[in-house]
Write a protein that binds this ligand. Sequence first.
Ligand code: ATP
Length: 241
Amino acid sequence: MSQTATPPAVELIGLKAAYGRIEVVHGIDLVVPAESIVAILGPNGAGKTTTLKVIDGRHPTSEGCVHIAGRHVSGATPDALARAGVCSVPEGRGIFPNLTVAENLWLMTQSRLNLSYDEVQTRAYARFPILGERRRQLAGTMSGGQQQMLAMARAVVTDPALLLVDELSMGLAPLIVKDLYDILGQLSADGMAVLMVEQFARTALAIADFAALMVHGEITAVGQPADLDDAVAEAYLGANA
Ligand code: ATP
């Protein structure tokens, strides 16, 4: 009896990206296996955010390709990629601070993803009960951790196969970051693949199945978290590692 292997959630092959004539991602290869958590670590300006933007269609590929669940998707629009199961929690969260929690969620029903408001709220509040308690609160008046939960809720109500998370820990206290990482762990246990980028290496390595170190637009080391300790320490010169 033959078994079909599940294709990786994402595969990047020789991926290059540029702003104008300046290339910032120099032909990287990376595999995110289905249902796993992969962290791309690296200092400021390494090209991590650009890589995520190429995967979710916000930035073009200049060379190489992106495969999502075994399908070549380079050049696909963000909407088409969302329908293919790719969702992002962007750097800076991307929520609307002057709208309530419920209104932020309602906006998700205005996308082309065919979700009802009831469905969106039920899913969001089941995963993040605190958001249910604060549904009438203006998002901008919540704590940073709760705002990040709202950003995650907006992404995961669509039940994506792949969640891209940019700098989840930015500006948050370590205990809150740990809670948010625990939620990423649960999402992965429920079958979602997660690709996250982080500068704060050690916290990310604690939950990742695999990690890649990105420096100056190149992936300089890949492996299981324990194998990357030395490379990460060297890249950060001990600052955040
Ligand atoms: P950070 O954590 O600072 O966002 P990063 O690893 O995510 O770092 P990128 O944001 O991908 O890095 O940036 C990679 C390079 O591309 C940097 O040199 C950055 O200055 C440059 N860059 C990023 N966005 C733009 C843009 N919109 N226009 C021009 N250059 C850009």
